[in-house]
Write a protein that binds this ligand. Sequence first.
Ligand code: UDX
Length: 466
Amino acid sequence: MMISVIGVGYLGAVHAAAMAEIGHDVIGLDVDAERVAVLQAGRAPFHEPGFEDILRRGLAAGRLRFTTDYADLAQADVHFLGLGTPQRKDGYGADLSHLEAATESLRDVLPAREGAPTLVVGKSTVPAGTARRLADRVEQVEGVQLLWNPEFLREGFAVKDTLEPDRLVYGVRDPETLPAVAAVRRLDAVYAPILARDTPRLVMGYETAELVKASANAFLATKISFINAIAEMCEAVGGDVTDVARAIGMDDRIGAKFLRAGVGFGGGCLPKDIRAFIASAEEHGVGESLGFLREVDTINERRRARTVELSGEMLGILRGRRITVLGAAFKPDSDDVRDSPALDVADRLLQAGAQVTVTDPQALANASQRVPGLVVEADLATALRGAELTLLLTEWREYRDLDPVWAAGLVAVPRMLDGRSVLEPRSWAEAGWELRALGRSAPTPGPAPTAAPAPPDTARTLPALI
Ligand code: UDX
């Protein structure tokens, strides 16, 4: 089939290349000419394992190309909308302006057709009610039908999640009607190789499909903030959150995933999506129903503040101290720094007067762009050299596997704050490190740090120090 993907950001670019990979003729559109040129040249504009391979394969096979001109899309059978829906500048709600503008531009070039419907398929995360509104506009063109098909991909697994999703959700105007059946059949044809693997496919109304996506992200964010709240309790009473998570996760009803306590969630989706969900509930007069999501957001925010506070406790004073931050990306296997807890903490430490060096295997260019003046260092050994405190804030494999003896030989003082609770306390203590971890109460018993004693003002409280 001939397919267009409008908006080739993270979601759209991966979707376009994945649709070419399963045999369709795909044209990706973006208003950003530079991004289009980069993709057309076979280069990935972001770090995503496996993406460049399918991009290049699609281009080489002649099944994939990119454009900035809507007129080039007119002949496609199916048009996917992959536009971003960022948080509005003036509040919590989602900014739908890109999505709305793109839908209008598409509508202007869509030819009236008879026979099999031309599909417009929304993939962006949107507040309930958006699909129906867009459908009312675009379905004015004869033979056009809109479906809402939310995307659940995770960064770092985007190619796999697109080609082997857990489930496909189709939102339609009215699931019981004949036009809906025809539209569903047509979208089934697009996803035929995926459906052939017995992937569950669920058909429901527009608003329900929109709520599936918002609820999924809200649940994931809640699960993370839940375990981070328990981490706060662990710190207070002397418990270990990693043991709590392991033990409760063995109950199938709870499940072990998304119970990793630490510096909290970030990225381009969870933070803004829970806020958009709160705003949408308030608009519909049921703000109280999702009021708990404000608490989820607050707990998440508090973990970042606590990391800075604990750094102050460990150093005695932040101003002028040499701190190395391991990680800038919001999660491993990504170069995305949008609302990254790691980068936010690094920035707060910088604002508090510390001399901060940030290292990351992939995200340094994006980090420098976002936080001007940040000192970044790509080489791990160089970044560690001379540090009086090291923070592990993004759990890249190279940081999880860091040899504590080797690292101790580089830093000025073997003092580590493990913001993702991934380091094995005993081996770090044995190598002479003072190790503190979020959600793991007191300093780990073990040999005292070998290097310089803490400065004399250790007992002063943090606010006075920064
Ligand atoms: C998320 C959803 O998982 C995905 O389904 C949706 O389509 C887009 O948003 P993503 O933003 O790629 O995907 O990241 P995810 O893997 O969900 O992680 C989000 C944040 O939560 C990261 O900062 C991660 O470090 C943090 N996290 C995750 C935790 O702090 N603890 C956990 O246990 C899991």
